[in-house]
Design a binder for this molecule. Structure first.
Ligand code: TRP
Length: 442
């Protein structure tokens, strides 16, 4: 094994982590989950969970990564807690499953770029989605997406991940601002904003507990926490800078971009008289494509929108693949290129069922996102808060300039609120998944 790679610059690391966080989760999943779960009331609960549940767990990952300088599995023995290796193993498996269907959706996006350019979905948004979302073509574009991801990850940390993030993340932000301005000019804009941004306090009070499971799943998914992406990215840090500040910047950027996506999607919906909340995994694709075909300049806007989605999805997919590849490189010592090729072959095969049947996609998503991801988060909180706390505070405090009570507060937030909320949500979601499996597959 040669010497381990590191990020070239602080900005490069932050952009790569933002690139990981910002993905299909922000632009596709967030608006439709928000719509399904009651609009603005959901937004409030979600923001609270991102800040008080998601961020603390992300910081645990960074601390483990920076102290150990190892992949997700070997990180635990490296910091003296070999017994907790299971977190890394569960994380890698979860990442593997998520990437297997994330790439399938990435493949849809590529098809939608072509569809926008050629006008293929004009007048038949529903039929087009049906055609795009399952079949041989779906598997083919899934493969294309995976190969793009492998192409970048194969180049390594600096030349692959960091360089791609520096180019792609600013492009995503720029293009989204452009579309948000466009959306503001649409006739439905005011209505869209109202639905999205003015929380109904009564709904909030009555539904907060019901909203919690979906909001927690989304909070972890969007921050890329729970599978060890941030352990891996943190392991390439070679100087002691404030992890709190970096984590905060990453969270803020991710949240702003999700909110920005809503500012595009909801005006577009309302301009077309489409009721948000018609739910389902294809909702954003069908409704948006339907809307684009009738809006002024719709083909161009549609193309730009799906290009944004593709770029965002790629930088997220890199991060998941990196977790798996870095583990393989560290344990076997084989070259990065072979490790990358081998993992993508496996990921493609595991994802195949979801390319042929949407019900598998729903089930994969439910298991990986709503159960395994949160299980990873819960274990990280228990480990960070109760087992590793003393060392964690020492590592966390390196480069920290904020007041002394902050590290202690962080540990106590992990110990009680995070553990309680995640246990509750996990329990609810397990019941839910059993039901999804029964209704979808049996
Ligand atoms: N955060 C990404 C998104 O919002 C998806 C993602 C990347 C992810 N890495 C992850 C989700 C790790 C869970 C775990 O689309």
């Amino acid at each position: 094994m040669g010497s381990r790679e590191t990020w070239a610059t602080r900005l490069g690391f932050i952009l790569a982590a933002i690139g990981s966080a910002v993905g299909l989760g922000n632009v596709w999943r967030f608006p439709f989950i928000t719509a399904e779960s009651g609009g603005a009331a959901f937004l409030v609960v979600y923001l609270l969970l991102v800040a008080f549940i998601g961020l603390p767990v992300m910081l645990v990952e960074f601390v483990i990564g920076r102290e150990s300088k190892q992949n997700v599995v070997d990180a635990f023995p490296a910091i003296g807690y070999g017994n907790w290796k299971a977190i890394g193993v569960i994380g890698s498996i979860t990442g593997f499953i998520i990437l297997s269907y994330y790439s399938v959706v990435g493949g849809w996006v590529i098809q939608y770029i072509f569809g926008s350019l050629t006008g293929a979905y004009t007048g038949s948004a529903e039929a087009y989605f049906g055609q795009v979302s399952s079949g041989l073509n779906t598997a083919g574009f899934d493969l294309l997406f995976i190969l793009l991801v492998a192409g970048v990850v194969g180049f390594g940390v600096r030349d692959g991940l960091e360089r791609a993030a520096k180019l792609l993340v600013p492009s995503v932000v720029g293009l989204m601002l452009f579309l948000a301005v466009y959306a503001a000019t649409l006739p439905g804009a005011a209505e869209g904003y109202a639905y999205y941004l003015s929380p109904n306090l009564a709904t909030l009070r009555s539904d907060a507990l019901a909203i919690l499971p979906a909001a927690a799943g989304q909070a972890f998914f969007t921050l890329s926490t729970g599978v060890g992406v941030m352990i891996t990215y943190g392991s390439y840090l070679d100087e002691d800078r404030s992890l709190l500040r970096d984590g905060f910047v990453i969270m803020l950027a991710d949240t702003c971009i999700a909110v920005l996506a809503g500012l595009i999607v909801f005006p577009v919906f309302f301009a077309q008289g489409i009721a948000p909340g018609d739910g389902g995994i294809g909702a954003t694709f069908v409704s948006l494509a339907g809307a684009f075909t009738t809006l002024p300049g719709g083909r161009l806007v549609g193309t730009v929108f799906f290009v944004i989605l593709l770029l965002a999805a790629l930088t997220s997919a890199f991060s998941i693949l990196e977790v798996i590849v870095s583990f393989i490189i560290d344990t076997t010592g084989i070259a990065r290129s072979y490790a990358t090729a081998g993992s993508v072959a496996g990921i493609f095969i595991v994802g195949l069922p979801t390319a042929f049947d949407l019900q598998y996609l729903t089930v994969y998503d439910a298991i990986a996102n709503n159960v395994l991801l949160l299980l990873g988060g819960l274990l990280l909180a228990l480990f960070g808060g109760w087992v590793y706390a003393t060392d964690a505070i020492t590592e966390f405090s390196k480069g920290l300039t904020s007041p002394q009570f902050i590290p202690k507060l962080w540990i106590w937030v992990l110990r009680v609120p995070v553990v309680v909320v995640l246990s509750y949500v996990l329990y609810q979601n397990i019941l839910d998944v059993i039901q999804t499996i029964q209704t979808s597959l049996l």
